[in-house]
Design a protein around this ligand. Structure first.
Ligand code: ADP
Length: 339
């Protein structure tokens, strides 16, 4: 349920074409993530001067922050091809073999949601990453034979939203690891401005900032909100996006000034009202708001924690002073009621 919301950072079907149009192609057009860009630039230059593919690279961070975009940029900057797949899409050894044996020297294999690879596939991946070799078992039973196939030197780029779910042997095989962080409002405003320019949408600066500040610090959401506000402005105005129309559209979508929607508010309210502010275990909290624990952990929590509206402790999730302030509930008052 939570994954279909306007403010979900996960890719939705309607994002696809839009994403392709707006995705920056070059590192210089990739907004923000300065430290990552600086380090990546060195990795790229060093590999180019040695005329070698770059090291296997792991990108991690919440959804919608630009991991897939970065993988494509790396391929472009290196002048190599890229094959895209994902952890859940590779269920059999043959699926992996089919992709990997079609790679050209230097190509990039991008595996999204790499934490969802199954164990058997992971084990086939180890020699592929280390020795550029694929060990395949042909046939069944006593006549089965192990065949080693040599592979072209390729680069594996893995992306994940759940770093802690990646096994340590897999983690260790990545030479480079980058963590992507949430974007600040100025960076998001630049992303919105860039998208509006590409799509020839007229938008004023105040409206740009308003969209930026309500986008959960996430480019994918900023672009999606821009699309919705453009529709609203076309129907309610002359198509130009003004601050007034932006505010009206966002209010109609029930997205507040922090970028939170009804589901976030429900989660926080349940934490405070039903569980006295916690600590409460993830699965109990998830059941109370009828969401999957994984969705809460991956989509809701990173941003709520970034805002300081939720804390994870070893005992469970807890509300903070800010949560009470946000919900307009008097924490002391609540405590007083207990005694
Ligand atoms: P992820 O793979 O982390 O879920 P994506 O790379 O698919 O995220 O990014 C989603 C969309 O957000 C992209 O299509 C792109 O338009 C936009 N985007 C992401 N990061 C940036 C960035 N740094 N600069 C500009 N646009 C970005």
């Amino acid at each position: 349920m939570g994954e279909d919301r306007l403010t979900s950072a996960k890719e939705q079907n309607t994002d696809h074409t839009w994403d392709l149009t707006l995705r920056p192609q070059k590192l210089k057009d990739y907004v923000g993530q300065e430290q990552v860009k600086e380090n990546l630039d060195i990795v790229l230059q060093a590999a180019q001067s040695r005329k070698e593919p770059i090291d296997h690279t792991l990108l991690y961070g919440p959804p919608g922050l630009g991991k897939t975009t970065l993988a494509h940029i790396i391929a472009k900057e290196m002048g190599v091809g890229v094959k895209v797949t994902s952890g859940p899409a590779i269920s059999k050894a043959g699926d992996l073999a089919a992709i990997i044996t079609n790679l050209q020297e230097g190509d990039i294999l991008f595996i999204d949601e790499i934490h969802r690879l199954n164990k058997t596939i992971e084990e086939i991946l180890y020699p592929a990453m280390e020795d550029f070799a694929l060990d395949l078992i042909l046939g069944k039973g006593p006549s089965a034979q192990m065949v080693r196939l040599d592979l072209p030197k390729f680069t594996l780029i893995g992306a994940t939203t759940r770093y802690n779910l990646i096994s340590s042997p897999l983690r260790d095989r990545f030479g480079v690891t980058f963590r992507l962080n949430f974007y600040n409002n100025e960076e998001l405003a630049q992303i919105v401005k860039r998208a509006a320019d590409i799509l020839a949408i007229k938008i004023d600066d105040k409206a740009t900032l308003e969209i930026a500040s309500r986008s959960r610090a996430t480019p994918r959401i900023a672009n999606r909100i821009l699309k919705r506000v453009r529709d609203y402005s076309q129907v309610k105005g002359d198509g130009n996006i003004s601050y007034e129309l932006t505010k009206q559209a966002l209010n109609m979508m029930a997205i507040d000034k922090f970028g939170l929607d009804d589901l976030d508010r429900k989660l926080l309210a349940v934490l405070v009202e039903n569980f006295g502010g916690g600590p409460v275990g993830l699965s109990t909290l998830a059941a109370s708001v009828q969401e999957e624990a994984g969705t809460i952990e991956e989509i809701f929590e990173p941003y709520l924690m970034q805002l300081g509206l939720l804390s994870r402790t070893s005992q469970g999730r807890i509300a903070t002073d800010k949560t009470y302030e946000y919900l307009g509930i008097d924490r002391e008052g609540d405590k007083n009621k207990l005694f």
